[in-house]
Structure formats: C-alpha cells, structure tokens
Design a protein around this ligand. Structure first.
Ligand SMILES: Cc1cc2nc3c(=O)[nH]c(=O)nc-3n(C[C@H](O)[C@H](O)[C@H](O)COP(=O)(O)OP(=O)(O)OC[C@H]3O[C@@H](n4cnc5c(N)ncnc54)[C@H](O)[C@@H]3O)c2cc1C
Length: 446
C-alpha cells in the first residue's frame, strides 16, 4: 500500500526544497521526490546568484544575513539558513565582443555601502541544496532521491504521483520539476502554451580570469551564426574563481566551437591564463508563462510556470508560498482550489498580472544578439557610456536601458540608423516571431 502524504513535492531544486522544508516545518506529512541520486549535486547550468538584492521582485525583498547565513523574505517571513560561503556582487557590466561596455553600477562605489550596496550574492548552490535538504529532513520530510516521476493522476480526491517503480499518494502535489516539467506536460498545460525555443547552455568553472573587477558580473552579448549567444561570467564565493556559462536559444549552434572563438578571437583579454573545467550543461524549454498554476490538486512552482526562469528568488518564494497555501487548505478542511487560493492570488497579483513585470520579456537580452550584429552591439554600447543604476534585476534592467537610450537617439539615428530599426523590431515583434527559426530546432515537450 502506498503511504498517504499531505503533500508530495516533485523536484528538489530551490523551489521543491523550499516547498518541502516549509511543508515539513509547519507539520505536514511530506514526501520529496527527486530524479537525481545526489540531491546536492548542481547538475544544471546556473551561475548561482541570489538576485536581485536591495530591490523588490514579486513585490517582496530577499534579505541575507552575512553573519548567520539566514536568507529570508521580508514580507512573509519564509526563510532558510544557508551554510556555505558567499560573495557580495556590486555591479553588472554588459560587454560587446569588441570590448565596449554598458555599466550598471561601479563596484568600488557600491562597496562603500557595505552589504547594502550589493546587487546580488553568489552562493555555492550545492551547499545551499545541502542546507535545505538537511533542514527538510530535520523537519521530518521523507526524501526519495533517484526517483523519476512520469505521471500524475487525480483519483478519489487525492493525487497519485507515479514514478517508475513506485506510486506516491498526496492530498496535494507540488510540481517543482523545472523548465522541462513532466508534470506540466502530462496535465496538459503545454498544449496551449507558446513555445519560444530550447535554451542550450554549457557551464564551466574557471580560475584566474583576468576580468577588470572581481566583484562585478560580466555578460557579453554576441551575435554568432546569425543568432545571439550570451556569455555570463559570475564570481564564485571562492578566491579567483568564476562560473562561466555560454547560452544560446538555437540548439543548432555548437557552443564548444563558440567557446573556442570567444576565448581566443574576441577583443576581450580575460582568458589568457584561465584554467577552465566543464562542470555542467542544460537544455531548458522556454514556454510562455502559465496563467493559473493549479490543476487536479497539483500546484506548480518555480521554473515549471515561468517563461525561461523564475530566478532562484522566484523558485524559493513560490515554493514556500505554495507549501503555506497547502497547509492552510488542510487546516481549513478545504483540500481544493478554494483552499489554496492564496497561492493563486500571489501568482496573479505579484507576477502574472503585475504592472511591474512584462511576462516573457525576460528574453530581451537574447533578442539583442539575434537582431543586431557585433559591430552594431558594440556601437550601441559605446553610445551608452554613462553609469546606470547598480542593478541586476531581470525584469527592470531593460527599462533603465530604454531611458538611457532616450538621450542618444538623434545621434544614433544619424550615425547608424539600423541599430534603432533593430531595437524597434525588439519592441514591435513578438519573441516567438524573432525566434521562429531557432524554435524549429528545439525540443518542445508539448
Ligand atoms: C545558465 C543559467 C544561469 C542561471 N543563473 C541564475 C542565477 O545566477 N541566479 C538566479 O536567480 N537564477 C539563475 N538561473 C535561473 C535559475 O537557475 C532557475 O530559475 C532556478 O534554478 C529554478 O529552480 P527550480 O527549483 O524551479 O528548478 P530546477 O532547479 O530546475 O529544479 C528542478 C528539479 O526537478 C528535478 N526533476 C525534473 N524532472 C523530474 C521528474 N520527472 N521526476 C523527479 N524529479 C525531476 C530536477 O532533477 C531538478 O532537481 C539561471 C538559469 C540558467 C539556465
């Protein structure tokens, strides 16, 4: 006989671990199911920052106590204790391959404000997973690693979560199985979602990069084989070490070849003495955002519901909020949609219909490389040589950029009008239109 749980959480990334830990701590009988054998292993590419710091996202604020490791959300008290090293990040600079640079903050200036000047923190995500897992287990959560879920079915008012060799029964299920969610697929969500493309990533750890500042994040936007490739160089919380990822929305692009080109042939002299170790990769589907993340007593959280990514912030917060909604529903004796309505309200008010965030716009930085060539990107960045507000906010950065652009439009119109035409295309055309060709090479799990 399968054991009956209050909630079965599927996926042990940040969203699922936070959901399971929170559910366990408020007294729910909780199972956590993860297909990886070692939950603490960081298998998917991620530059491992918590962002944004010092700014709101989802109408909440993430706080980090550098002395104790307590990470908490200011508006609802959800928290976990991170036991591992961290590094403050103070600025974010976007480069073109010819070395022109657009600066969101200057690290030396931001550092004068201490922790309050940071725009993100870099963690060791394996250690964060270990911390959350320990806290979930201490709260009595049953953990099933090495277990892959293939189906969910509602029957007799409960959810059957069907893995390859076992079935779990929960009054509720929280689906935290990421961007390629099997659960979103089997529940039929993907049938009606827009599919943009599959995001292909190679992830390295590199030592001895000669970047201008050790506490600044660098993104390089390139056009390569007629599409955009982004290289992100993010300090790790270890001396002289960076997480470096190469990201492309067209799976036909050979990122190993791009790596050779990028580290040897561009104007960026950062890689001369670098020691690089390939550590992971990923291929995540970019679906349009889910409007209502609930069906048949399954609540969906984290990357499962966002377009492209929830960010670690959104994964932790949505996981915690979903667990609290389930706890309320069971306490109230309403094991149904009405019971978990606080989660749906959170999603609708603070993201899906929020005036602050334009859904699916997060793809903007990839569009730039798909539309403008390297010379045009370099030219654009050379015109924007003022220092913009220190920030690495995934949804508001492009607004800042738009404002800065305002002042130089007449000059660009005179010198390189095709740049303005390209930026206009980004405004007018849908990402689906711009990415149509790339999408034809992707792997949608519809
Ligand atoms: C290249 C790259 C860099 C990024 N860098 C950052 C960053 O620096 N900061 C930031 O905030 N965000 C970053 N993100 C986004 C961030 O990684 C995600 O938003 C976040 O990890 C989402 O967490 P999650 O728990 O929802 O999903 P995931 O972390 O993907 O976790 C899903 C879990 O479910 C498991 N799973 C999947 N299918 C099944 C199944 N059928 N059965 C059982 N288990 C299953 C997986 O093994 C996995 O452990 C980055 C993303 C990419 C692609």
């Amino acid at each position: 006989m399968a054991q009956h749980y209050d909630v079965v959480v599927v996926g042990a990334g940040f969203a699922g671990l936070m959901a399971a830990k929170t559910a366990g701590e408020v007294g729910l009988k909780t199972a956590l199911i993860e297909m990886k054998h070692d939950i603490t292993a960081q298998r998917r590419a991620d530059t491992q920052m918590i962002l944004p710091m010092g700014e709101d996202y989802l109408d909440d604020r993430i706080l980090f106590n550098s002395a104790t490791g307590l990470m908490s959300f200011a508006h609802n008290g959800l928290s976990f204790k991170y036991e591992g090293p961290h590094r403050n990040i103070y600025a974010f600079h976007l480069y073109s391959v010819d070395g022109n640079c657009l600066r969101f903050g200057i690290a030396a200036e931001q550092k004068k404000r201490g922790d309050r000047g940071r725009i993100a923190i870099a963690l060791d995500k394996s250690k964060a997973f270990a911390s959350l897992l320990n806290q979930a287990q201490a709260a009595g959560v049953d953990v099933f690693a090495g277990t892959t879920v293939k189906d969910v079915k509602k029957s007799n008012g409960a959810v059957n979560v069907i893995a390859h060799d076992k079935t779990f029964i929960g009054t509720f299920c929280i689906a935290a199985d990421g961007a390629n969610s099997r659960i979103a697929q089997v529940l039929g969500f993907n049938k009606n979602r827009g599919y943009y493309s599959s995001m292909n990533v190679l992830g390295y750890y590199m030592r001895n990069l000669q970047v201008p500042d050790p506490d600044t994040v660098y993104y390089v936007i390139a056009q390569y084989e007629k599409t955009g490739v982004i290289t992100a160089l993010v300090p790790r919380p270890y001396e002289n070490e960076h997480a470096v990822v190469f990201i492309c929305l067209d799976c036909r692009v050979d990122l190993f070849k791009f790596y050779e080109y990028f580290t040897r042939e561009t104007n960026l002299p950062w890689f001369k003495n670098a020691e690089a170790k390939l550590v992971n990769s990923s291929c995540g589907n970019m679906w349009s955002t889910i409007e209502k993340p609930f069906k048949d007593n399954v609540l969906l959280v984290g990357d499962t519901i966002w377009c492209q990514e929830s960010e670690n912030f959104g994964a932790l917060l949505s996981g915690g909020k979903a667990a609290m909604a389930v706890a309320y529903a069971l306490d109230e004796g309403k094991p149904n949609e009405a019971g978990i309505s606080s989660y749906l309200e959170f999603w609708d008010k603070h993201f899906f219909n929020s005036p602050h965030y334009k859904r699916d716009q997060i793809m903007g930085n990839y569009m730039l490389g798909a539309i403008l060539n390297n010379q045009e990107i370099g030219y654009l960045f050379s015109k924007l040589n003022m220092v913009l507000k220190a920030s690495i906010h995934p949804y508001t950065l492009f607004g800042e950029l738009g404002q800065a652009l305002g002042g130089v439009v007449p000059e660009i119109q005179k010198e390189m009008p095709q740049v303005l035409a390209g930026l206009g295309r980004m405004q007018q055309e849908s990402p689906a239109d711009i990415l149509r060709d790339a999408a034809s090479a992707g792997f949608p799990n519809r």
